[in-house]
Write a protein that binds this ligand. Sequence first.
Ligand code: MTE
Length: 362
Amino acid sequence: MPAIHKHPEFIVRSAEPFNGGPPLPLLREHVVTPSELFFVRNHGNVPDVDVASYRLRVEGVVDRELQLSLAELRNEFPSVTLPATLQCAGIRRTELMAVEPIPGELPWEAEAISHGVWRGVPLHAVLAAAGVDSTAKHVAFSGLDVVQRRGETFGFGGSIPLAKALSPELMLAYELNGAPLPPTHGFPLRVLAPGYVGARSVKWLATITLQAEPSANYFQQRAYKLFPPDVHANTVDWAEGEMLGELDVNAVICQPTADATLPRGTIDVQGYAIAGGPQGIERVEVSSDGGTTWTEARLSAPLQPWSWRFWSAQLALSAGCHQLVVRACAMDGATQPPVAGPIWNFKGYMNNAWHRITIVVS
Ligand code: MTE
């Protein structure tokens, strides 16, 4: 298994498969997350891919099946560079777990997100080379990793609708932050699907299949599906549920951290916000009294449509215990739910309730 190079303060949520992310104050230090701090979500092993023999296969309802080496993808197709945020659907699951337990899932806090500068081939260019048949409605991806779950062994995969696959932001990325993809982030090639849950950005990409239906893979048909709060593991009908795609507006306090004790005076509150799609963040507000009164936060300069936005606010706080809360509003008017209870779901996805932390001012 290739070596994984991460920052000494990287929080490892599970060692095998390797999963983790940076402490929130460190995450908030860099608008472009350095690779050694970039969060990792792996369901299986990190494949050791021999780039000389590596071939991406493009198949399904296409005019021509393709087998492309990395050199062909780099040299014979256009390249694009795009700053974009990647966020896992399981982000902030611990807050859902506090509502009702979610057994068997990783206890992510708000660190399952990072922002990188990606370089690769526009997916539409590869699809055009293959020739998309009119019956194609979905583009399915599969990875080279192997997932073991409850005695079964299978691959990782997922799909996106053809319309999303043809949009300009969709990329087959071979670089992150100016260097070849690190092994744990998908070397030599991964999908980058900005604005969609991270699960659709399939790493160690082996095949692209054009098809009429969404992917039949476990991670499309069972995992990464959203069910209403009354559905539980023992009552679920897997044919139901919403296959996750587009992200929602979300905002998080990175600094101070939960349960911090701070000296009296003006405190600097900092965090990140995402709009979900390319529409951008309209407003971020912070409260120090549990959401009764609000102060508008200062937003950092906008980056690119698919990038997160950093925010900060100064709050003058008296001695005592304070509940800090943040909420964001996107340019399309989308807002966040105040509490997590009504959006609880048994797999623990898509928590975008107002982010609340308690601090003590001494
Ligand atoms: N691709 C493969 N092949 N295997 C995986 O386990 N995890 C997905 C996605 N692509 C995964 C994958 C999930 S759930 C997320 S959130 C992102 O990769 C995380 O990407 P990162 O590890 O580069 O941050």
